[in-house]
Design a protein around this ligand. Sequence first.
Ligand code: NDP
Ligand code: GDR
Length: 356
Amino acid sequence: KFMQTKKVIVTGVTGQDGSHMIDYLLENTEYEIYGTIRRLSVKNHENILHFKNNERVHIVDMDLNDAHSIRDVIISVKPDYFINFAAQSFVAGSWKYPTQTFDTDANAVLHILESIRRFAPECRFYNAGSSEEFGDVQYSPQDEKHPLCPQSPYAAAKCGARHLVRVYRESYGLFAVQGWLFNHEGTKRGKEFVTRKITKGVARIKREINAHMESGYQSSVRPLELGNLDAKRDWSDSEDFVEGVWLMLNQDAPKDYILSSNETHSIREFIELAFDAAGFHDTDTEWRGEGLEEEYVCNIGNKWVTLVKINPKFFRPAEVDLLLGDSNPIREELGWSPKVSFDKLVHKMVKFDLDG
Ligand code: NDP
Ligand code: GDR
């Protein structure tokens, strides 16, 4: 007998997680997939090119800032799953575009929940929650009981969405969850986020040094400019996390979990490891100076070359100093386990940017 295939809507597929989610669904399910995109003046389809023409993937238009477009897609697809990765996801940008951030990251979630309730009440919904919601952390490691202490318009919007998801779950019995995902990265990571900015910067500097080996490279190397190097983050690989999201969506009853590596590292450590992965050895490199004068330098052919310097323009109006997750509950209850270590992640990203 003909069995109707389940349908999954994934938003944010031109970004990092949405793109990996589609790869994961193509490999691990037989479902029909609807990846949503919005109109931009210049297309950025780099992360969807490899599945754009797959017969199981339908690319449909939906702008989260337009409630009608959300509603129209939900009515026409009647999804079994709705995975919402789309967002204004850049924390620093959320002070510049607070209203747009709140509309996209909180109000749009309300529009999705309302349309699911009215037109597809059996649909399982996932919204992309964040460790940024813990913000001004009260204790470490952060677990699912940690209070919400947002430090940015972005985090405040994600907290608003979290309350809405819970209210809709409890009021209407929707299967709606919102994990707390700690930072996750990879070769599809946006270039303004610190990890990718570093790995791309390392690759560029390596190329500049190689190109000028013969002729006074000291003046030819443009240092990488960064903000607060003391912040600490719990970094993982995005490909490990999309699996955790799918497990959350397929548990018996809706429950929100943390996904994290359970380790924390400073931006400074990420920088050291990234340069090391590109062949700048720690015997040749060192940190010098303090505060705004701090620099990461390297001795190349008896000349000191500045690799990294501070630019205060990358400081934020408020900072999240430390994030460290406790993802033991999802490991124990749903059997999730990440495969890629911090060290492997940094090496993978540096290698990709060196080759690219
Ligand atoms: P990206 O920034 O890589 O991707 C964001 C996606 O959202 C892009 O596809 C973007 O489309 C889309 N988008 C933005 N605004 C709209 C809009 N108005 N309408 C439709 N689509 C829109 O994010 P990530 O993949 O890194 O993150 C996925 C989600 O997880 C986000 O919600 C993020 O806030 C959250 N998160 C991410 C973490 C991480 O470490 N990566 C950790 C915790 C949470 P376009 O290409 O058109 O701009
Ligand atoms: P984050 O990621 O804010 O944690 O949000 P980001 O990589 O932007 O910043 C991490 C830390 O690095 C410090 N930093 C810099 N950051 C950027 N972007 N550029 C710099 O030059 C720089 N220098 C230092 C920041 O101050 C910060 O402390 C990410 C996003 O993916 C969110 O969507 C997600 O919710 C959280 O992770 C969990």
